[in-house]
Design a protein around this ligand. Sequence first.
Ligand SMILES: [Zn+2]
Length: 349
Amino acid sequence: MERNKTLQELVWLCQKIGRKIDYVQGGGGNISVKLDSQYMAIKASGFRLDQVTEEDGYVIVDYQKIKSFYENVNLSQNKDYEKESLEIAQKSSLSFSGKVLRPSVEVGFHSVLDRYVIHSHSVYANILACSCEGRQLCYQIFKDKNFNFIWIPYINPGFSLTIEIANQLRSLPAEDKRPKVIFMENHGLIVSSDNLKEVYEVHERVNLLIKRWFKIRGRYPSCVLKQIGDNRYQSRTRFILDFIKSEKFEFELFEKYPLYPDQLVYINSSLYAENPKIEIDLQRGRVIYNAAYSEALATEETLLAYLYVITKINKFSLTIKTMSQNEMEYIKNWESEKYRKELLKKMAK
Ligand SMILES: [Zn+2]
């Protein structure tokens, strides 16, 4: 009984956050709810948040097992910790209704945080997380706002990120309140709380305060795709088309300014490939996706978010903080991301 109620809470959060493409794009972002003192339900890898229902799209893991792995891991050994952490996550997952899904790649930090965890790739948070002035601005924007936050400088996602978050939380002075808000440089936002209402409201509030600070008004653009052939879609999203027609656009933009991992996974890998899944036709001002609908949409949402964040950072005269060459290489070779992309393709069929 209790478990059903908690699953309903997970679905509610996933739907509330997942339907907003300014918060999450494609299969990005993830949400988890701890069911009791041992088990946690978390969005499955490769699923969109808005695909999570009581029957599908999530995995139940033994989060105590995962947590204890991170608490006890000996970092002085010469081994592939990333691989080991993936195996632990897989082994901690319960299979149900015959389905074998992988938990989200970020199951590590979900395991060490409070009962409810929202991790989004909010475009508003990413204006801060992808600019050199972002950290300092956070202190100004959230001063006197009744919640403390921590800032995590960019670190490879997966194992390293979880270790860093756990370390930062541990190193806080005991008299400090445990922060509910975590900004991850070149990545996004995490809000966690033991209270359902609070986790949702704090996530809303953080975004609202950033929008207010920058005087961002009006609705975030919607994505509009028009089918023009078999597995071929054309973007009708005004914001994107205006951007590529402007002098701000250059074809190398995405390689010059790598902002966060999902951009590399969804845009760069599709654009600079041998048979590009994204065609940007500057002459005719068109953007075309050679992919099934769900993949085209995921790419379009990621493209829109990226161009939006770049536009705002420029508009507010901030300095773009990019990922380094090494950090980019790591994502390109990341096994978890390959799995996520494969699953997206499979689900589209
Ligand atoms: Zn993320």
